[in-house]
Ligand binder design. Structure first.
Ligand code: AMP
Length: 193
């Protein structure tokens, strides 16, 4: 199963991806998680990406395409993967198709979680409260100012990715405002599982 999950920040992509990992036994490839790991490890990519991420802007296409290109070659991706947070620009979507073609692979599905934007800030606040209640820390970019920039980046750069896949008849849209279990059920139906 090679799947792309699309949707704005706070749409529930991470939550649903975790469930799909269990069901299909393929890894979740979150460019956000990989970049946060690079920041924590202070790798050259991490050092460059930190300020951009904290501000809620997008890291350059070359960097994330390179990360995904390499990651897909790992043994645990042999049966597939769930892309969460990538592609985020039309250029990334095109690069993804090219790199998969080069590897002799193709996507099985592209699914968008459609959500009401008004709910997203509340979901972000809840994610912060949950992280703190669990004894952890909130993400550096989960604050109202960065979140606003992330939503603007989504509208300007990532919403066109949905249109890109829709124009190729590759996109399935599901209601991301439904309760989590219902979203999972709809996702499974969309995937024919
Ligand atoms: P996420 O965890 O998906 O919300 O990503 C957190 C941050 O990492 C984003 O706000 C961007 O700064 C960066 N990022 C993650 N994925 C991408 C991507 N595909 N393209 C550009 N920047 C990304």
């Amino acid at each position: 199963m090679r799947l792309v999950l699309l949707g704005p920040p706070g749409a529930g992509k991470g939550t649903q991806a975790t469930r799909l990992v269990e069901k299909f036994g393929v890894p979740q490839l979150s460019t956000g998680d990989m970049l946060r790991a690079a920041v924590a490890a202070q790798t050259p990519i991490g050092l460059k990406a930190k300020a951009i991420m904290d501000a809620g802007q997008l890291v350059s296409d070359d960097v994330v395409i390179g990360i995904i290109d390499q990651r897909i070659d790992a043994a645990d991706c042999a049966k597939g993967f769930i892309l969460d947070g990538f592609p985020r620009t039309v250029a990334q979507a095109e690069a993804l198709r090219d790199l998969l073609t080069r590897k002799g692979l193709k996507l099985d599905a592209v699914v968008e979680l459609v959500v009401d934007e008004n709910a997203l800030v509340d979901r972000m606040r809840k994610r912060v409260a949950d992280a703190i209640a669990a004894g952890g820390q909130a993400r550096a970019d989960d604050n109202p100012e960065s979140f606003k920039t992330r939503l603007e980046a989504y509208r300007a750069q990532t919403a066109p990715v949905s249109d890109h896949y829709a124009s190729r008849s590759e996109l399935r849209r599901i209601d991301g405002m439904a309760p989590i279990d219902e979203v999972t059920a709809a996702l499974n139906r969309a995937l024919g599982a």
